[in-house]
Design a protein around this ligand. Structure first.
Ligand code: AHG
Ligand code: MN
Ligand code: MN
Length: 350
């Protein structure tokens, strides 16, 4: 009897079967309790992404989905309704999951505990529910950033002290980018992988596996409106790129979107110290450490300018760090300026 031959549609079917859930299990190569936990965690994160994407796609049609709440968060930043919606989505999807005892987010002063999970919930989720909030009301790119850490100790006094450790303690990290399509990018320490949401299936389908950031790229991404608030070294870096061919400025106001471009095409994103924010704007546990985890997995680098981001140990939950992240060569160039070893600017340049 002749062996069955799949039809020509098999390629498309194979692609559609490469779901996030299947990929995570393949990555883990084990059915150990921890592998099953991580797989369930990723499934819940995907659900959070789908819920937020759905809400965003209709936000302009709904009463009271957009705009400010009128309050400020622990960072002193004006809170948008979407920040709160997304913050609560993550809490809801992890309730009764048995996976996560604590969630720490930039929108909450102290971690949120799910007491019924705490006897068994061995993980903590750290997240930025909406990254790029200034883009929300104008229908531009925004994201969510997440990081998973193993809970150490019982944290009976609910101080979250064990979270004050470096980025190497992260088990997994990633982000969801809400753009023309919804994309989820994650790493569990075995490469960086991207998935696109197929809304008709309700599944994230593999789009790119083992992403490697180019060693150098054309993009520099920084808010040059802060020029006069920067240290001289950062001003000199921007003068350098202005005077050299091959650089292009891109800045969306959403770190996730700017990072995604650089991950795929190379270049450097920076949010350096400013006079108003001497530690920069971005938060270590919810923003810079998760993206540092990803870029290192993709063969790039993340630095404060003088230290690897992954090595930074916070003193407080909401600590900020300056950030220089992207292609190794471009990060090194920015560091050279910061460390007072800039390359020579050719004479014929103005
Ligand atoms: P968030 O919306 O979570 O507060 O983060 C906004 C961050 C980041 O996404 C972006 O790169 C940066 O803030 C933009 O800040 P500026 O407006 O100061 O450039
Ligand atoms: Mn953010
Ligand atoms: Mn945010």
């Amino acid at each position: 009897m002749a062996e069955y031959q799949p039809a020509e549609t098999a390629f498309a079917l194979d692609r559609d079967c490469k779901t996030l859930g299947r990929h995570v299990l393949e990555q883990l190569q084990s059915f150990s309790p921890e592998a099953q936990d991580l797989s369930a965690l990723m499934g819940r994160l995907a659900l959070a992404g789908k819920l937020i994407a759905r809400h965003l796609s209709r936000a302009g049609l709904m009463e009271s989905a957009l705009g400010f709440t009128g309050t400020t968060n622990v960072q002193g930043e004006a809170v948008k309704k979407m920040d709160i919606y997304a913050n609560d989505v993550f809490i809801s999807v992890f309730k009764q999951s048995g996976l996560v005892c604590r969630l720490a987010s930039e929108e909450m002063e102290t971690p949120y505990y799910i007491p019924e999970n705490c006897p068994i919930g061995r993980y903590t989720l750290l997240y930025d529910p909406i990254d790029g909030s200034s883009n929300v009301d104008i229908n531009l790119n925004i994201g969510s950033i997440f990081s998973i850490r193993r809970q150490q100790g019982e944290d009976r006094d609910r101080s979250g002290q064990d979270l004050l450790q470096n980025g190497h303690q992260q088990l997994a990290a990633g982000y969801i980018l809400y753009g023309p399509s919804t994309v989820l990018v994650y790493s569990m320490g075995r490469g960086v992988h991207a998935f696109t949401l197929d809304p008709s299936l309700g599944e994230f389908i593999l789009a790119a596996e083992n992403i490697q950031v180019p060693g150098h790229g054309p993009t520099y991404s920084v808010n040059e409106g802060n020029f006069w608030q920067w240290d001289d070294s950062i001003r000199d870096f921007t003068r350098y790129v202005h005077r050299h061919d091959g650089y292009s400025a891109r800045y969306t106001g959403a770190l996730v979107a700017d990072f995604h471009r650089i991950l795929l095409q190379g270049g450097v994103f920076l949010y350096p110290a400013t006079q108003k924010q001497p530690q920069g704007k971005l938060r270590l546990l919810y923003e810079t450490a998760p993206l540092a985890f990803l870029i290192e997995q993709a063969g790039g680098r993340a630095s404060t300018g003088s230290q690897e981001i992954m090595a930074v140990v916070p003193t407080h939950l909401h600590d900020r760090t300056p950030l220089v992240i992207g292609s190794t060569k471009d990060v090194a160039l920015v560091e050279a300026f910061i460390q007072d070893k800039p390359p020579a600017i050719p004479r014929h340049h103005p």
